[in-house]
Design a protein around this ligand. Structure first.
Ligand code: ATP
Ligand code: MG
Ligand code: MG
Ligand code: MG
Length: 560
């Protein structure tokens, strides 16, 4: 591949887009990888499409290696199977619903457990047909409440979703482990810094579940991380503090400024945490009533709603004691039945345990807390988080709290969907056996932005080689002889299997070309400048900035 910038549809920008909050959003737009189409919907421009394809290729290779079979299902789906599973209503506002010309209900698929279950019911009849792993890389739709971080959280986005079908629990565990190992290979090859953490399984149901998190300041997930042992967990999956807790450093909070609204500093002081503490969800007394402000279905705070809530009201911060009347009960969570009070030390709360069950256990309620009156939930709502320094449930060391982006998620669904769809195969004994399932997702488009978050620097994007839109970015400084040599080099490198982007634009200053090369972030920059006449070029490592002068032949040998 030789991409000539003189012909490439690419317009780099000097200024950050006005609405961009995260580095990936700013840089992917400025470097011409993506362009906003409308809220949460993105146009993938030529360079961006290449990165997306590179990520997809790595995923395909590793999914094929564990025996995954690629299929492609429709994104436009009828209502009926989602009624069968209960998710037509469970999904709430997250689901894009539409009608056809006859008035029949449809949805745009947010994830495809239902349709895969139906497909296997149709295709597999005997235990001999299983196990099977099916996957697709496909467009998903979710009407996210806050599609604000560029392609990190789209309303239309690319996901790799796979589903395993087994006849036994051991089989499911094996399929899960195969995925877990494949995900580790995928994220390693893509160049991620990532952690595998236990997670709760939310609307999916089921038991074992882990998330792949890429630590990054722009992340919307918080995870606890033990510096002394292997323990790490999504903060949603572990002990939470009942209290007035929230993203105290979130910009949206600062926008709220009525006389009664606490400032970030007041919040932080009240909580006894630094103003930069990473906390999620807010419990406050609004006009005297305790309220949890958040989106229960997705366990995220809707900041628009937060501002709305806080603006006209008298707001007081709530402490755990306010909530429970007991100063010793500082950890817990809220469910529709009341406030559950499990402890870190509780042996039943193993890492990865979903706390949703048991909310109604004896002695585990807060008195006088009524769902709907005291907090706005029609589902279970986790209320917040371990504080930095809290003891690790495994080894007791002080936990750290970090922000991360969820890049992948693996679930053992069990028989939830198989039961709903009566998915059986004929077993060895000639009797029907209920199938057990796993579901496994990777955010393909999110991975582009998450990598940008983790790898960029002050000058721009800085891609790991496997995902970069090219291996080498040749900059022809401008004179005809330089451009000629640059194109010649590009051809030779191409012949040697190297992916080349060459800046052969006429009438663009070398300074602009260098700035663009840094912004675009291809791992190696090859400058054809002053030395060109005597056959000398300069090689620059985008990440380290290390430069080296080489002869043309040496450069070709080095890069191919
Ligand atoms: P999040 O917690 O960020 O909302 P999720 O838990 O709802 O994500 P899953 O249902 O687990 O997402 O979907 C599998 C993967 O799809 C996620 O791990 C993530 O990488 C990706 N993903 C989910 N929602 C989006 C989105 N709105 N935009 C881009 N990628 C997404
Ligand atoms: Mg979500
Ligand atoms: Mg999640
Ligand atoms: Mg998830």
């Amino acid at each position: 591949m030789v991409l000539r910038m003189s012909r490439l549809m690419l317009k780099t920008l000097r200024d950050d887009p006005a609405d961009a909050e995260t580095a990936s959003h700013k840089l992917l737009v400025r470097a011409g990888y993506v362009r906003r189409s409308s809220a949460g919907m993105w146009i993938w421009l030529p360079l961006g499409k290449k990165v997306l394809e590179n990520i997809s290729r790595v995923i395909r290779e590793e999914m094929d290696a564990i025996g995954g079979q690629e299929v492609l299902l429709p994104a436009l789906l009828p209502r009926e199977p989602y009624e069968t599973s209960g998710r037509w209503s469970e999904y709430g506002d997250l689901l894009f619903r539409l009608k056809d010309r006859k008035g029949a209900d449809y949805l745009l698929g947010p994830t495809h457990e239902e349709i895969f279950t139906q497909t296997v019911k149709d295709q597999c009849t005997s235990y001999k047909d299983l196990p099977v792993i099916l996957y697709q890389i496909q467009t998903k739709y979710r009407d996210e409440a806050r599609p604000r971080s560029g392609v990190l959280r789209g309303r239309e986005f690319q996901m790799k979703d796979s589903y395993s079908f087994d006849t036994t629990d051991e089989g499911l565990a094996e399929s899960y482990d195969l995925h877990r190992a494949a995900y580790i290979r995928i994220f390693t090859r893509l160049g991620f810094d990532f952690r595998v953490v236990s997670a709760i399984s939310g609307a999916m149901g089921g038991s074992a579940s882990e998330e792949f998190l890429a630590p990054a300041a722009a992340g919307e997930d918080t995870f606890v991380d033990c510096p002394a042992c292997e323990y790490a967990a999504n903060s949603e999956a572990v002990t939470t503090v009942v209290g007035p807790v929230k993203d105290v450093d979130h910009p949206a909070l600062k926008e709220v400024d009525t006389p009664d609204t606490p400032t970030v500093e007041a919040l932080a002081a009240h909580l006894g945490v630094p103003a930069s503490a990473v906390l999620k969800n807010l419990l406050v007394k609004v006009d005297g009533e305790i309220t949890a402000i958040g989106v229960p279905g997705d366990r995220e705070v809707d900041l628009g709603k937060l501002a709305e809530h806080l603006a006209p009201a008298t707001v007081e911060l709530v402490t755990a004691e306010d909530f429970t009347g007991r100063p010793d009960l500082v950890r817990g969570y809220v469910g529709p039945q009341g406030l559950g009070i499990p402890y870190l030390a509780d042996p039943r709360i193993a890492p990865g345990t979903s706390w949703v069950t048991g909310a109604n256990a004896p002695d585990r309620h807060a008195l006088n807390v009524v769902a709907g009156r005291d907090f706005d939930v029609d589902r279970y709502l986790d209320v917040v988080i371990v504080q930095p320094g809290d003891p690790c449930p495994v080894c007791g060391a002080g936990l750290a709290l970090d922000r991360a982006i969820e890049i992948g998620h693996i679930f053992q669904l069990g028989r939830k969907y198989a039961d709903a769809f009566e998915l059986d195969v004929l077993g060895q004994q000639g009797k029907p056996v209920r199938v057990t399932m796993g579901s496994y997702g990777i955010g393909v488009s999110r991975a582009v932005a998450a990598l940008a978050e983790q790898t960029h620097d002050g000058a721009g994007l800085c891609w790991p080689r496997e995902v970069a839109p090219a291996d080498v970015h040749i900059v022809a400084a401008g004179k005809a002889v330089q451009t000629e040599l640059a194109l010649d080099l590009a051809g030779k490198l191409h012949a040697a299997g190297v992916r080349v982007l060459v800046d052969d634009r006429a009438g663009v200053s070398p300074g602009v070309k260098f700035t663009d090369a840094e912004l675009i972030g291809v791992p190696t920059i090859l400058i054809v400048g002053r030395g060109a006449a005597s056959g000398v070029v300069e090689l620059k490592d985008r990440r380290t900035g290390a430069r080296e002068e080489l002869s043309v032949d040496e450069a070709i040998a080095r890069l191919s």
